[in-house]
Design a protein around this ligand. Sequence first.
Ligand code: URA
Length: 424
Amino acid sequence: MFTAIDVIRAKRDGHRLSDDQIDWVIDAYTRGVVADEQMSALAMAVFLNGMDAEETARWTAAMVGSGEVLSLAVDRPTVDKHSTGGVGDKITLPLAPLVAACGAAVPQLSGRGLGHTGGTLDKLEAVPGWRAQLSVEEIQRQLVEVGAVVCAATTGLAPADRKLYALRDVTGTVESIPLIASSIMSKKLAEGASALVLDVKFGSGAFMKTLADARRLADALVAIGTAHGVRTSALLTDMSIPLGRAVGNAVEVAESVEVLQGGGPADVVELTLALAREMLSLAGLSHVDPAAVLASGAAYDVWSRMIAAQGGDPAAPLPKPAHIHTITAPSDGIVSTLDAYAVGVAAWRLGAGRARKEDPVQLAAGILCHAKPGDVVRAGDPILELHTDTEDAIPAALASLDGAFTLGPTAPARGPLVADVIRP
Ligand code: URA
């Protein structure tokens, strides 16, 4: 009915793609009828000329339709969260059990880290015995029995996106709002949750460096969810410094457990509660106070059951690194900056992340930020503690931390962690 060349030319010349053109090209690409080089040209045409809200919603629907859609039967409202990725962003770990303890069901199909941002599955694999791969039947059973599941996305979900994302990665076409938004939402819509909260991050450690770009992405994400009948909202959150004090795998699990046990860094608690409130509101449970549920220990109980249901031992000691290197304060002062991107790259170089998707990660690798902006330090106090199993990795990590923090005479002014909430 169409040819790939017609569709490429249409977008190249700045025209809208019709619903039929979009449905055809996504289906033909998934089946291998449209070749990678043709899809690359189309992705570049979209990158340069954009897609409007209707085109983007249809493109997303076509990617959802390229694979299976989960239909999870639970007798409580389902609500999910997606973060666009950050440094020290372990929020899923305390959030999923907390929202489940508040009465919703949280099916959270997650990914692995690539580059300087960590992946939820890599973090949870630091828990001895924990298993990421579940069948649809196991996901369904755990959702009913425990209320929260964090596991790997099954390969049948949005296969068109899997292919297209890999292609965009090597053709300079990742940074396009319609392509990013449709990619994220195709996977989330295929999970079948009835409500979704997006944590769209901005700042040096985020995909979107500015608040304005994060807002444009959030608007596109919320529009797609709404067009598909899913109650969707987005928080715009600051990622210019790492979240919490732990960046890496085992260290982030340990910090999440602290939060679930009533402690943990204030910013991690604040964002967990802000996202929980938004999720509960979309799930029709706004009368439940997540702060009280967190303080009661009920969220920690769900965490323990969620980990055990996937073969993990919540009481087992977490992996420890073979080598620790500490960076200390060169003088007295107040920490004025701590660059999230530099800390993320350093943790990655220490082995916490991967450069290619087939690379292994070190479970014990990461960084502890002993001091963060606003903290008073004395000369010789620890600022950053580097963890790794490969001592050779330390010089490269130190190089990326060169200039990552500064000390000054006064506490820095900082904007709010949650800069705005976008609702339809
Ligand atoms: N994450 C995704 O899933 N897709 C993108 O295109 C970018 C980030």
